[in-house]
Design a protein around this ligand. Structure first.
Ligand code: FES
Ligand code: FES
Length: 859
């Protein structure tokens, strides 16, 4: 028993062994305190204990006698006002899941040191991970807050037009900063019970029997669910339905994240106890741990159709001949690891039975994908399942697949009660698809002037146990392998191979992160052979408007690859030790795949409700839609309500993937807004209030559905994608090999919100630094060997200085006012730029990631 204060109120708790974090969240319902890892590694649970920033997932209640605990809810009104303003003004909030913890670390610092330097702020944030922002804007926010708190200056009144190009404050910045915004785990539903899956003991084993009698006899157990209880199709999977929601008796597991049974209990505290009582007999089988093993003759088939998920061939021109006749040729092999999204919010869903269906609250990347999967599993018409998105604490591609949603829905459907399923960080690391590990053989050739003449590559991706998005990821790795350059001889073959490793799927960069690394590293060696600088070789070959990209698509008038390179030229050429890389990335699914953005604007109670299912996974989708509508209608943002994705209210606008939402849902919003504008124009001079009264109840619907050409199209210049963004980055090292600065020039078309775009790029750069130098997800014999704290995520003290330059040509793409999307482009060039810098530093040409023998990894 301990008596202590929380935000000034005296509390007494007799649960001595309970963690403070769980007491604050479950007993006191303080939602600013987040559970990101539960193991002291992420800082989302930061609170002040006797004035010192402390992770609440570490101390138990017994340790708190006489102490004072402060959470964000306990800040003074002035502090709340200051932090909410400064985090919004600095553009420091993206997914928001880390932010209340950052605020607490800031308060701990500023209470002790009201005038900190940036280095002090970085040090104070050492215990807080942010996966979205790259830290710079959070540091800016804290320095700004220090000034306000010290000077007592009033918070400025801000008014926005909401138009394009304005640093309009994110609509969700305040609720995320103060911890009042609700993520799925913050939701509490009456009569809610809990469920958790028992995971496979072996990556590959036949399930001989499941005995759940002892578990069912546990006093707190409501039900044990197995595959036999599934009323509909047991297979899920957005593109390939190959993923068993539960492994049935007689079937074979494919990885250690497979679910074998689900326990439903009254209390979440008894879930592990009940799961431990389920007896499963297995016949252990030898796992296939690499694509080589899976493709070997006689290898067992992991799926009905064999172990080759996808074979991609991209051939244009005559690469073989061009290489044979080239002046210079470079051939290298690259090994790239699995990596983990490490979004800050572990997966969570709550399913509530409603009428003859259910209502699912989630934090995924597409409410319609979730609805389709869940209704299929339950054998229900899609209309009987409603899916509502709560705030999403980061995704980066890792929340596209089913993880918890289908299990929550199944359990709720069977026990007829609301059910919450939340993954622990350990489960999250094990279960959701990763960035693909790839083995790449890459040959690049050029003439005596350094003009590229050909690329030939073989890309083998380990797609793990299930397809997820492994097919399209491989396709993008292939279509972008030759880079944003002007040549036409390409011969690229890609294979995505099933293994018994954790599945791999979408991850920011979508395969391009890997193939661009190979291309960009090879280019530096070609430059050396041709006697020109790495900048020069990129500049000579950079794609320009009107030229065909290596995939045959003619670069449109907006293409500013050349301008990106010019913007970083001096930085690169004048730096003591720097590397450079270029890249391009599509917006939209492309290659002939149907792809539609949809939006409705409805007039309700004098407000314009902007309704689209485009998920905000941190990138600020609601703000993008608001700015598109403000621009097109010419009304202030105060008149808008941008609704969260909900299948009962918002039309299907596809998944947040492929950097597509700004272009697709953005253009749909613009079209809907223009239809509304036309109505407004029918009543010139009338006050807006009156016009909206007359339009009450009207809905303005629009969709954007551009066509693209499929892979292998016989058109001479197929249109693979609606738009491409371009980038060049320069990474500078100090003498010790520390990345001290990254300069990034980006062509993302028209800027919707410059600060938000810059925030995306900074976050992408820091993620790229991690990909290149520190992050890994080792898997041994099919078993992942990681904890959150060992993933190698970059902390504030290791993040480099960043400078972002936006470039643009006069040509503008016809959709979404010419915006092209930025999310994925941000990460791709960083790792190869750093590789080039290290090559310059010590002459060692590194061919595997994370790079070895660096400032960051001495191995
Ligand atoms: S939840 Fe406490 S440090 Fe991650
Ligand atoms: S805003 Fe920091 S983790 Fe998303």
């Amino acid at each position: 028993m301990a008596t202590f204060t929380v935000n000034g109120q005296t509390v007494t708790c007799d649960k001595d062994t309970k963690k403070l974090l769980l007491y604050l969240r479950d007993d006191l319902r303080l939602t600013s305190v987040k559970e990101g890892c539960g193991e002291g590694a992420c800082g989302t649970c930061m609170v002040l204990i006797d004035g010192k920033a402390t992770r609440a997932c570490i101390p138990t209640i017994a340790k708190l006698e006489g102490k004072s605990v402060i959470t964000v809810e306990g800040l003074s009104p002035r502090e709340k006002e200051v932090y909410a303003y400064c985090f919004a003004a600095a553009g420091a909030v993206q997914c928001g899941f880390c932010i209340p913890g950052m605020v607490i670390s800031a308060k701990g610092l500023l209470d002790a040191n009201p005038s900190p330097a940036r280095a002090d702020v970085k040090k104070a944030l050492r215990g807080n991970i942010c996966r979205c922002t790259g830290y710079a804007k959070i540091e800016d926010a804290i320095l700004m807050a220090a000034d306000f708190l010290k000077d007592g200056a009033p918070i400025p009144e801000k008014s926005f037009t909401g138009k394009l190009g304005e640093d309009f404050f994110r609509l969700d910045a305040k609720e995320k900063t103060l911890g009042t915004g609700l993520y799925a785990d913050d939701l509490v539903v009456n009569d809610m019970v809990y469920a958790k899956a028992l995971r496979a003991k072996y990556p590959r084993a036949k399930v001989l029997s499941i005995d759940s009698a002892a578990a069912e006899a546990h006093a707190d157990c409501i039900r044990i669910i197995t595959a036999a209880d599934v009323p509909g199709d047991i297979k899920v999977g957005h593109l390939v339905k190959d993923w068993d929601a539960l492994i049935a008796v007689g079937d074979i597991t494919r990885y250690v994240g497979d679910a074998v049974a689900i326990a439903v209990t009254n209390s979440k505290d008894t879930l592990d106890e009940v799961l431990a009582l389920i007896k499963v007999d297995y016949e252990e089988l030898t796992p296939l741990c690499s694509p080589a093993e899976a493709l070997a003759e006689g290898a067992p088939k992991l799926h009905e159709n064999g172990n080759l998920l996808s074979l991609q061939k991209l051939k244009r021109g005559d690469a073989e001949n061009a290489i044979a006749n080239a002046k210079h040729v470079v051939s290298k092999h690259y090994s790239l690891p699995f990596t983990e999204h490490a979004f800050m919010e572990p997966e969570c869903a709550i399913a509530v039975p409603e009428g003859d269906g259910l209502h699912l609250y989630t934090g995924g990347q597409s409410v319609y994908d979730e609805r389709r999967e869940v209704s299929g599993l339950l054998g229900l018409p899609q209309e009987n399942v409603r899916v509502t998105s709560m705030l999403v604490g980061g995704g980066f591609g890792g929340k596209e697949d089913m993880s918890v949603q289908h299990h929550a829905a199944l359990a709720a459907w069977l026990v007829k009660k609301p059910v919450k399923v939340k993954l622990s960080r350990e489960e999250s690391l094990k279960i959701h698809p990763k960035r693909h590990a790839m083995e790449i053989d890459f040959t690049t050739a050029c003439d005596e002037n350094g003009l590229i003449t050909a690329v030939k590559a073989e890309i083998i991706s380990d797609t793990g146990a299930y397809a997820s998005l492994g097919g399209p990821v491989l396709q993008r790795a292939c279509t972008h392998a030759a880079g944003p350059y002007n040549f036409q001889n390409v011969d690229i073959i890609g294979k995505a191979v099933y293994t018994n490793n954790p599945p791999a799927g979408a991850f920011r960069g979508f395969g391009v992160t890997q193939s661009a690394f190979a291309m960009e590293c090879n280019l530096n060696l070609l430059a050396e052979l041709a006697g020109i600088s790495p900048w020069e070789i990129r500049y000579r070959n950079a794609i320009r408007p009107g030229q065909p990209l290596p995939n045959g698509q003619i670069a449109d008038e907006s293409t500013a690859m050349e301008e990106c390179l010019l913007a970083v030229k001096d930085v690169y050429e004048n730096a003591k030790c720097a590397g450079i890389a270029s890249c391009f990335k599509n917006a939209g699914l492309g290659v002939g795949v149907p792809d539609t953005g949809r939006c409705v604007i409805s007039v309700e109670s004098g407000k314009l409700h902007v309704r689209s299912s485009a998920a905000c996974i941190g990138q600020g989708m609601a703000t993008v839609l608001a700015q598109m509508v403000c621009e097109a209608v010419g009304v202030p943002p105060a008149l808008l309500i941008v609704e969260a994705p909900d299948t009962s209210r918002t039309p299907n606008s596809g998944t947040t993937t492929a950097s597509r939402q700004t272009v697709f849902s953005g253009e749909a919003a613009v079209l809907a807004a223009k239809a509304l504008r036309a109505e407004l124009d029918k009543a010139p001079g009338k006050p807006m209030e009156e016009i909206l009264q007359a339009l009450e109840g009207r809905e303005f619907y629009a969709e954007f559905k551009p066509e693209t050409d499929p892979m292998g199209s016989d058109k001479p210049f197929p249109v693979s994608h609606v738009a491409y963004g371009y980038a060049a980055q320069v990474a500078e090292l100090d003498e010790a090999g520390k990345v001290v600065k990254v300069t990034a020039a980006y062509d993302v078309g028209t800027l919707v919100n410059p600060k938000a775009a810059q925030g995306q790029i900074e976050g992408g750069i820091v993620m790229g630094v991690g990909y290149g130098l520190t992050e890994d997800y080792p898997v041994e014999g099919g078993y992942p060997k990681v904890k959150y704290g060992t993933l190698g995520l970059i902390r504030a003290t290791d993040a480099p200085k960043m400078e972002t330059i936006f470039v643009k040509r006069d040509g503008v793409l016809p959709a979404a006012y010419g915006a092209k999307g930025v999310g994925e482009l941000a990460t791709i060039p960083t790792a190869p730029a750093i590789q080039g810098a290290y090559y310059k530093l010590d002459g060692v040409f590194r061919q595997r990631l994370p790079m070895e023998r660096t400032f960051y990894r001495k191995k």
